[in-house]
Design a protein. Structure first.
Length: 152
């Protein structure tokens, strides 16, 4: 068999294997998801005190670059719902909602997002800041989200 024929055979066999695997359920069960989240929490909680600090979170994800660190700090704030500086097991497991997203962006937790807290660019910031007062409030943030959903 020539090399091209071998390559075609390998590709056809691979495609057949993928299509047969596609017939099987690829969606994880609730238990599998819970186990994966539990493993992730254990990996994050290096000192095994039952909560994840910002330092543990950054170390786990590797936050050497300044922009990556900013993003990871935002992610951490989304899960640290009570603002105590730790992500507990319960906070880690709870689904993230729009209010959590807002809180994650609102670095100083004053209920308003200033330009220096916003990581998605000046243009989008000005679009979301409907009254042009230099901050994005919860109402502006949530209204923009609802408008986006209504356009779909």
């Amino acid at each position: 068999m020539n090399p091209i024929a071998k390559l075609i055979t390998v590709l056809l066999v691979g495609a057949a294997m993928l299509s047969s695997a596609a017939g099987q359920a690829l969606t994880p069960t609730r238990e599998q998801v819970r186990e994966a989240w539990e493993r992730r929490f254990q990996a994050l909680d290096k000192n095994r005190d039952g909560k994840v600090s910002l330092e543990e979170y950054l170390a786990f994800h590797g936050a050497e670059a300044p922009l990556r660190r900013q993003f990871l700090e935002y992610e951490f704030r989304k899960y640290d719902r009570n603002g105590d500086g730790y992500i507990t097991h319960e906070e880690h497991w709870a689904p993230v909602g729009l209010e959590d997203e807002f809180r994650g962006v609102d670095k100083n937790r004053d209920g308003r997002i200033s330009p220096d807290e916003f990581l998605q660019g000046e243009r989008l910031f000005h679009r979301l800041d409907r009254n042009h007062d230099g901050v994005i409030t919860w109402d502006e943030y949530s209204d923009a989200y609802r408008q986006r959903l209504n356009r779909k």
